[in-house]
Ligand binder design. Sequence first.
Ligand code: NAP
Ligand code: FE
Length: 367
Amino acid sequence: MQYSFFMPTRVIHGENSVLNNGEMLAKLGRKALIVTGRSSAKLSGALDDVVTALGQVNVEYEVFDQIENNPSLENVMAGGEAARRYRPDFIIAIGGGSPLDGAKAVAVLAVNAISATDLFTNSFSQPPLPIVAIPTTAGTGSEVTPYSILTDPENETKRSFTVPELFPTIAFLDYRYTLGLPEAITVDTAVDALSHLVEGYLSLRASDTSDMFAQEGIRVWAECIPALVNRQFSPEVRDRLLVASTLGGFTISHTGTTLVHALGYSLTYYHGVPHGRANGVLMGEYLRFTADSAPERVDSILRLLQMDSVDSFVGLMHELFGPAAVLSPEEIAHYSAKAMQTRNISFSRGNVSQEDLAQILARSCRR
Ligand code: NAP
Ligand code: FE
């Protein structure tokens, strides 16, 4: 198999990494647009640290704090307009995956006066502005991926776009920004990270390099299982979850995600299930399905998680999330048909058919 591994993001890990590295921000220009959600950038303390760091190096800034959860095209268009008015040299994204992905779209729209749907066909001539990413959740890994995932109401789903320049230039990982995350969001986002690691490891695009990140990420994630079950998150666990999440980002930046994410988008779009939870609900049956075509890979995931069977995995997800949404036969047919049209399916093992997807959905969403 031939592959290349490209990871241009400089990752700076540790407490006070933003405050200690203002001069790196100054190298990106004199004007920054800070892109965030409504409250978490402020509550987490990350915005204060960024403002202090920018002040130390005399970088001017403006804040766009309107990115919604699962940002829509309309939402990122508003950010793009704010950026075209302010004309920043670079973008600083603070928040969960939603603000990080929203900021990536804004980085493109800042320099391309296009409609947001043109993002999905990469119909823009100017490369996005440089992006600095500061996660306040530990889940998406978006701080090290070239993906921006947006909600597309016309197609009633979430869609992504990607160009290599969307890799953030710098990612600052400081677990302190995740200390105030509510328990439920901590668990949801942690399971998103696991989903990236597992799907990446089981992807047909997996390589020696991505396997290394995926296996180590699953091992680190496994250390956090007791904390996730007991919902007690020490600073050490917060740091480990953030590291596992970034390792998941490295993994999927190379492999992409598979059928779990493709199916999960419908649970989020039509039923409002948080992104990570949607993946978690489906992952057990995905492991069972994939064990037919890649038994040794599924075994090594279970081994790294210190579990003896797929049933134990399903049990853990049930313990973390309780009963899943129950879907009607019509919903199952609709969502599996939609997922079948995504590129994710071609990266999934097992010659996936629509019937397979329907079965995974039906078995996952019946409790
Ligand atoms: P999110 O949608 O960014 O945030 C969920 C909620 O958590 C928001 O209400 C947010 O508040 C709050 N929050 C964030 N940080 C907080 C903190 N430190 N303290 C308290 N509350 C906090 O959640 P997410 O799971 O991180 O991101 C999900 C999005 O990422 C989805 O759109 C998904 O499709 C995408 N995703 C992207 C990639 C990628 O590679 N790009 C990979 C996987 C998933 P605010 O509204 O105030 O921000
Ligand atoms: Fe995800």
